[in-house]
Design a protein around this ligand. Structure first.
Ligand code: ZN
Length: 175
């Protein structure tokens, strides 16, 4: 019996999706152990790993783990963190493209923030004041099955910092 047959699907070690440190597989189990973040179990059905403490789920794409969201709050928090990160790199976001698989999760949430009038007359989805579109139907490659969103960005500071607070409520009034 070879060693690899005793190891979980991602091999001897992975990077912890929380702290990015290399963490070892536990031989004869289906899990990896981070001393700081605990156990991550390989889920063949979900094609990724699941954090046993919290149920959070990640998939792997080109050297990185991508969180798979079950709730809109966690997706929103990840987008917020990415916007913040972008800002610290000297860019600002001009739009958000979301994976199709989050359409159902996000649409009611975003729309519920607007009244029916605005929905009819300004029927654009927005999150953090940024226009939201979904992954084009022509791009159904495996990348979009893993990543949650992409940000369109430009170099420089945003004219306003509106997207650091959710300002969708006021936006239509100024038009
Ligand atoms: Zn960790």
């Amino acid at each position: 019996m070879s060693l690899s047959s005793l190891l979980p699907a991602f091999g001897e070690a992975i990077r912890c999706p929380c702290c990015n440190h290399p963490i070892p597989a536990l031989v004869l189990t289906n899990a990896y152990l981070c001393p700081r973040h605990g156990l991550f179990e390989v889920s063949v059905a979900e094609d990724g790993i699941i954090h046993l403490g919290s149920g959070r789920h990640w998939r792997f794409w080109q050297g990185q783990w991508y969180r798979q969201h079950q709730q809109v709050e966690s997706l929103r928090a990840e987008i917020f963190a990415a916007l913040d990160h972008l800002h610290h790199q000297g860019f600002y976001a001009t739009g958000i493209t979301l994976a199709q698989r989050y359409r159902k999760l996000v649409t009611p949430y975003v729309e519920s923030r607007s009244d029916w009038f605005r929905q009819v007359y300004y029927s654009k989805l927005r999150l953090f004041g940024l226009p939201v579109t979904f992954q084009p139907d022509t791009q159904t490659g495996s990348r979009w099955q893993v990543i949650a969103f992409e940000l369109a960005k430009k170099l420089g500071s945003p004219k306003t910092y509106r997207y650091f607070v959710c300002t969708r409520m006021n936006e239509g009034l100024r038009k």
